[in-house]
Design a protein around this ligand. Structure first.
Ligand SMILES: NC(=O)c1ccc[n+]([C@@H]2O[C@H](COP(=O)([O-])OP(=O)(O)OC[C@H]3O[C@@H](n4cnc5c(N)ncnc54)[C@H](O)[C@@H]3O)[C@@H](O)[C@H]2O)c1
Length: 421
């Protein structure tokens, strides 16, 4: 079986943080690209040339739309004869368990449009076995074609780091795999054609585990420094200085920094896919993940306790105070508020009677929670501020200027009214 190049038409299912940059990369490599997204609102926004994700510039999107080689739609009706389809739909948790309904529905919708030689690649983060045990049977259900014989199937996890100005989709090596040798070659060929260096693995399970290992490694190491940060004042040490010093060792140490908690689609979710899978297949607890979840999810409470202490030192209390949050998104230079610790902190503060304000130019009104007020430009009477997302220096500078006391959870600012985590 050879690869169906059906007009080089590449379908990217899901046009979010992962799918839209990927669609632009495929377009940039000269392919005809169809983006599919079931969220009509997102489709309309993209059709109007406004990028919903910070890693894709609106001008790049608009010129791809104008050139006619990229389009986006919400239905699967016109896909017959596609060459390759890449699935980048969400893989959230539901009641602490993997929720694969988006992969299932995307696969069921693609299935009737598969033709001999088609290639289907799953990119969504998931537990080992998903591609072969869940995806393949659904893809085969729409006709008489057999995966691995009539069409190719593979797994290639996305590694993008939104907001990272050094490492992006095109210069980060990509793990590739397939359900057999021919599928593995087809997947590697697809991404090589986008100009991405590939790291081919022997099977899809290894590729699925690689992604979970990468994110669990981060989660556990962040938990290590977060737990240390919670004890550093009792120990009377500056943890930030110790971490910087340890980082001067050229081998055997990797720098991770404490913070207000972990957020986004990955760290609060992916490690639980791994621990769930281990529980299912081995009947055992994956204790590292459970401990890391406990430590990292406690950080917003620790931040609020710290703010309470700082307010008490000044003779005031949380109830009735005005608190300004510096940043709402979960990481610098993105507007992504999913699972952001800032939102948990805001809820905790609000539930204890504080009036919560925030300053974050990256977060759109659509994602801005209604109970959080926008920073008042001319106000200088905040009781306390919290540096949460280190977008740029101007955010922390505003907090230093406008708040009586500032808790810096990122160690980015030094001033007489600033205390670090
Ligand atoms: N955001 C990241 O930094 C990142 C990095 C690496 C991997 N991932 C993984 O990539 C996957 C996608 O994440 P994301 O951040 O791009 O999510 P996202 O929510 O930004 O985008 C996913 C899109 O898929 C659409 N969708 C859902 N079901 C669909 C269907 N059946 N057909 C068509 N479209 C559908 C949604 O409407 C949404 O717009 C997840 O598994 C995630 O864990 C994310």
């Amino acid at each position: 079986m050879s690869l169906n190049l059906g007009g080089n038409r590449i379908v990217v299912v899901g046009q979010g943080y992962v799918g839209l940059p990927l669609a632009m990369a495929a377009h940039g490599a000269g392919h005809n690209v169809v983006g599919i997204d079931t969220d009509e609102r997102r489709v309309k926004q993209i059709q109007s040339g406004i990028s919903p994700v910070s890693d894709v510039d609106s001008s790049v999107l608009a010129s791809a739309l104008e050139g006619g080689r990229y389009s986006i739609q919400s239905d699967y009706e016109t896909l017959a004869g596609f060459a390759s389809a890449i699935i980048t739909v969400p893989t959230p948790l539901k009641d602490g368990k993997p929720n694969l309904q988006f992969i299932e529905s995307a696969a069921a919708s693609l299935s009737p449009h598969i033709t001999p030689g088609s290639l289907i690649v799953l990119e969504s983060t998931t537990y080992p076995g998903t591609t072969e045990e869940l995806l393949v049977p659904i893809l085969e259900s729409g006709g008489n074609l057999v995966a691995g014989i009539d069409f190719h199937v593979g797994y290639s996890p996305e590694r993008i780091d939104p907001g990272n100005t050094e490492w992006n989709l095109l210069n980060t090596p990509k793990i590739t795999s397939g359900i057999n040798g021919a599928s593995a070659s087809a997947v590697a060929e697809l991404y090589t054609g986008f100009g991405i260096a590939v790291v081919p693995l022997s099977g899809t399970r290894e590729a699925e585990l690689t992604k979970l290992l990468e994110n669990t490694f981060r989660h556990v190491n962040i938990a290590l420094v977060n737990e240390l940060a919670m004890f550093s004042s009792q120990l009377g040490v500056n943890i930030w200085e110790a971490i910087d010093a340890a980082s001067t060792k050229p081998f055997g140490f990797m720098k991770f920094l404490p913070g207000p908690g972990v957020g986004g689609h990955c760290l609060p979710v992916d490690p639980s896919y791994l621990s769930w899978s281990i529980k299912e297949k081995a009947g055992a607890s994956f204790r590292f993940v459970e401990l890391a979840n406990t430590v990292n999810s406690f950080m917003p409470n620790f931040v609020v306790e710290k703010i309470q202490d700082l307010l008490e030192e000044q003779g005031s209390a949380l109830k009735g105070s005005k608190i300004l949050l510096g940043g709402l998104s979960y990481k610098a230079r993105t507007g992504d508020t999913r699972e952001s610790p800032a939102l948990v902190i805001a809820e905790l503060l609000e539930s204890q009677g504080a009036d919560v304000y925030a300053l974050d130019d990256y977060v759109t009104d659509y994602d801005w929670p209604t109970f959080i007020h926008h920073h008042e430009l001319h106000s200088n009477d905040y009781d306390a501020g919290i540096v949460i997302t280190p977008h740029d220096e101007s955010v922390s500078a505003t907090l230093v200027e406008r708040c009586k006391v500032v808790l810096d959870t990122r160690n980015v600012v030094v001033a007489p009214n600033v205390r670090s985590l």
